[in-house]
Design a protein around this ligand. Structure first.
Ligand SMILES: Nc1nc2c(c(=O)[nH]1)N[C@H]1C(S)=C(S)[C@@H](COP(=O)(O)OP(=O)(O)OC[C@H]3O[C@@H](n4cnc5c(=O)[nH]c(N)nc54)[C@H](O)[C@@H]3O)O[C@H]1N2
Ligand SMILES: Nc1nc2c(c(=O)[nH]1)N[C@H]1C(S)=C(S)[C@@H](COP(=O)(O)OP(=O)(O)OC[C@H]3O[C@@H](n4cnc5c(=O)[nH]c(N)nc54)[C@H](O)[C@@H]3O)O[C@H]1N2
Ligand SMILES: [Mo]
Length: 768
């Protein structure tokens, strides 16, 4: 697939071609593909130095996923998709003023996200005045004055919303939340609200810390690794090396997924000659091809089998751990054993689509394993019952004492490269009182205590005209959020929308009455201040904090660091007291302030300078201490919910292809699933397709069904017969976000149910 430039047609009306899914992942094709993409986007002069520096101890943190780097780095410590992420921001193309003079916003709004992203890096501040048809260049001074004036003119600081995407560094995130709170609001929604919020909610309640409890070494030492609701071959490719290493030391792997993902079948390690020659490692020992949303039923069934084995006198529970460290075991066991055997298994088999014998085999593997880790991602978090599901995973681990000892624990695999760090820095609409106390004491002001708006509630507030300023630190809000038409409508009701961004995206062309685009330096860009390089820090998925040094000369002198943008704006709105914003131009001073507020950051500046950084404390992992409401690890009772699908309908999950990063589309292929040159596909089991009259290769509309009765239609998708679980379908986001109802969210975490949309199929109404 060749790349588009401004003069070429938009490939939105794609024509996907389909071949058989792959049986293995990575190998030579992945290496060749990364080299090609880097060369096309960045050229040799920018591309090579960028690829040499990524994930190296003196280089920059890969802007792709949050998977940690090991202590021994390869010369090329990146993966195909990391290379795409770097190429995307290290591109040598810059957007010119002529581009914006040529293309009215209304025309850009007709373009696909893929086309918008391919046009190059945003290179200077741009302003869309009220009633104007085009963005025009504007000075930084004027741009920030426009925002400052608007913020100062609000009746209440809660009329502003400050969104964050998970690329933002710790230093920028800290300054940003400080600014919002000094202004007087906790309206700090972030991409986490759509991502691992369910994990955070479930883990905080049950274990006392909303983060993963394992290190890479724990995975290397595990006897059994369960990977549920995650596609690491595409979204965390470096995790495959970790799984391979665990396998080589004797671990077994259970994969729980409606789709047979190539990456979990066989991994061909590109760092080894054998892998490049096509010899791989079989990763999965047991594949549980589960129905969408069946994981609560699965884990409760395994837990019940463990409890009944215990009742028969088999020593399968860690009684010493349960007695010493947990709360609620008796009630949990009683409730789980309460349902009559037949009813229980009928329900479980219906919810999971799995045979009881497979679940028994699963349980036997668990009992044979002394050390167990469960890894998961969006397949578990984006369901109505995501929080109970993850709580049940915790029950499962607690039963055999698989938390807080080597080789065992919870591993929610984070998405964005610093999404975990942003939360640690206080990007959260419901901050803990202790955090606000510390923040207020450090800077001498009283932070707002009332909870702010999360992502879904922000959209509701916008729709009701209660938001006058929407400010985004990165991300692509209107494309990433659910119910596209509702959300875009809501965004258009805002007075001023401001995006600090690196690449052009949909959120820049669906705007409030007035709009600003502020171009930021990216991870890979050199960040100079007074001629001296500055560096930032990030936290990976396993709580390790380390430095990131940009290496490339910025494409334009008008790009600014995210910290500087926030500082300058804050100073214009609030002045230099109580926070002396100008001092924070020195990131060491920002780090000193973080040390003063956030636990675990003692000697931050010194420890961040150590090669490889340092690991934040984690009470359950380090001391088997559980800072929950009961002071113990909590067993929970989670009920029996599973999605219900009326006859003639399927349950649709919206997921990522191999050639995208969330809303950023790198290319139009999904190599491992055998799909090329297009994205408007819907994967359906051949039997379901036959029953629904959906021929392979035919085009169909997908119509979402939701209790509000409003029609949600995604037109013109090519049917692909695919070996997914029965009753389930899959299609890519953001194209299908139009189908996800804003009000369909997870209990407790309020995360949109992107993996569970009831759909029916209607005749093709033609390309959109
Ligand atoms: N290259 C690349 N890397 C990325 C991203 C990207 O877009 N591109 N995005 C980043 C971000 S922000 C995130 S959060 C992560 C996302 O990483 P993933 O969670 O791996 O991403 P998804 O594509 O949403 O895949 C969900 C997986 O869960 C399975 N699944 C869906 N529903 C269920 C279910 O009900 N039960 C079970 N057991 N499985 C289910 C799907 O079949 C699929 O394999 O990746 C991060 N890394
Ligand atoms: N239907 C459906 N919807 C989903 C999901 C799903 O699985 N299904 N997944 C959800 C998940 S897990 C997530 S995390 C969200 C993602 O939501 P977001 O984080 O909002 O979306 P991204 O696509 O990652 O944002 C891409 C944009 O970020 C900007 N950007 C990139 N790098 C930088 C940088 O260094 N600095 C700044 N300032 N800007 C930068 C670029 O302009 C780029 O266009 O989407 C969610 N939406
Ligand atoms: Mo995410």
């Amino acid at each position: 697939m060749s790349h588009t430039h401004a003069d070429q047609p938009d490939p939105a009306q794609d024509a996907p071609t389909v071949g058989p899914p792959k049986r293995s992942a990575v190998g030579l094709p992945a290496v060749l593909n990364s080299v090609r993409l880097v060369r096309e986007q960045a050229g040799v002069r920018r591309g090579l130095p960028a690829m040499r520096a990524v994930n190296q101890k003196r280089g920059f943190d890969c802007p792709g996923c949050a998977w940690p780097e090991g202590d021994h780095r390869h010369k090329a410590e990146f993966c195909e998709n990391g290379a795409k992420a770097v190429a995307e921001e290290a591109t040598s193309r810059a957007l010119t003023r002529e581009f914006f003079a040529e293309h009215p916003v209304a025309e850009l709004a007709e373009r696909s996200g893929y086309w918008l992203g391919q046009q190059g890096r945003l290179a200077e501040p741009l302003y869309l005045a009220e009633g104007a048809t085009h963005y025009e260049p504007v000075s930084w001074d004027r741009a920030l004055d426009i925002v400052a004036r608007e913020l100062r003119g609000l009746d209440s600081p809660d009329e502003a919303v400050f969104y964050t995407s998970g690329r933002t560094s710790n230093e920028a995130a800290f300054c940003y939340q400080l600014f919002a709170r000094a202004l007087g609001t906790n309206n700090l929604p972030d991409c986490s609200n759509m991502c691992h919020e369910s994990s955070g909610s479930a883990l905080t309640e049950t274990l006392g810390v909303g983060k993963g409890s394992v290190s890479l070494d724990d995975l290397h030492q595990a006897d059994l690794i369960i990977v549920a609701g995650q596609n690491p071959g595409t979204n965390h490719p470096r995790m495959l090396s970790t799984l391979e290493r665990a396998k080589k030391s004797g671990a077994r792997i259970i994969t729980v997924n409606p789709l047979p993902e190539a990456g979990m079948r066989e991994f061909r390690n590109p760092q080894k000659a054998s892998g490049l020659l096509g010899r791989g490692t079989e990763l999965t020992d047991l594949f549980a091809q589960i129905r969408l949303g069946g994981d609560l039923a699965l884990f409760s069934a395994v837990n019940r089998l463990l409890l009944t084995a215990d009742q028969r006198g088999e020593p399968v529970l860690d009684r010493a751990f349960i007695d010493a460290h947990t709360h609620g075991f008796d009630l949990f066991a009683k409730e789980l054993l309460d349902e009559p055997e037949d009813e229980f298994w009928t329900r479980v088999e219906r919810a999971t689509g799995l045979e009881r014998s497979l679940i028994e085999e699963f349980t036997a593997m668990v009992i044979a394993a002394d050390r167990v880790v469960v890894c998961w991602a969006m397949g578990l978090t984006q369901h109505k019952h995501a929080v109970p599901t993850i709580r049940e995973v915790v029950n499962f681990l607690l039963l055999r004492g698989n938390v807080g000892r080597p080789g065992a624990g919870v591993c929610p695999v984070r998405g964005h490269s610093n999404v975990q760090g942003d939360r640690t820095m206080g990007i959260f609409e419901r901050p803990e009182a202790a955090f606000l106390d510390a923040l207020g004491a450090e800077f001498g002001f009283e932070p707002p205590r009332e909870h702010g708006l999360d992502t879904v509630d922000s959209i509701r507030a916008m729709a009701e005209g209660r938001v006058r300023v929407f400010f985004a630190m990165g991300g692509n809000f209107v494309a990433a959020t659910p119910d596209t038409l509702v959300t875009e409508d809501a965004m258009r009701r805002v007075g001023l929308t401001v995006h600090v961004s690196t690449k052009l995206n949909r959120s820049h062309v669906v705007t409030g009455t007035r709009a600003l685009i502020l171009p930021a330096l990216a991870r890979s860009d050199r960040d100079l201040h007074g001629g001296r390089p500055r560096w930032v820090t990030v936290e990976d998925s396993m709580g390790k904090v380390h430095a990131s040094h940009g290496v490339l000369a910025p494409l334009s002198e008008h790009m600014r660091s995210e910290v500087d943008i926030v500082r300058d704006l804050a100073s214009r709105v609030l002045g230099e007291s109580p926070v002396a914003w100008s001092e924070l131009a020195d990131y060491d001073r920002v780090r000193d302030r973080i040390e003063g507020v956030v636990p675990g950051f003692a000697d931050f500046n010194e420890r961040a300078r150590r090669p490889g950084g340092f690991t934040l404390p984690h009470a359950p992992r380090d001391e088997r201490r559980f800072p929950t409401a009961t002071g113990l690890a909590n067993f929970t009772v989670n009920g029996a919910y599973a999605p219900r699908v009326p006859p003639g309908r399927l349950l649709l999950q919206t997921l990522r292809s191999h050639d995208q990063y969330n809303t950023t589309i790198y290319d139009l292929d999904d190599r491992y699933r055998g799909i090329h040159d297009g994205r408007r596909v819907v994967l359906v089991h051949p039997e379901d397709a036959r029953e629904l009259g959906l021929d392979e290769g035919a085009y169909t509309d997908i119509v979402g069904e939701w209790q509000d009765g409003r029609e949600r239609r995604a037109p013109h998708f090519r049917v692909v017969h695919y070996p997914t679980a029965r009753g389930c379908a899959a299609s890519y986001f953001p194209e299908t976000n139009v189908l996800v109802p804003l009000d369909s969210t997870a209990d407790v975490s309020n995360t949109p149910t992107s993996k569970s949309v009831v759909v029916r199929f209607e005749p093709d109404s033609g390309a959109p």
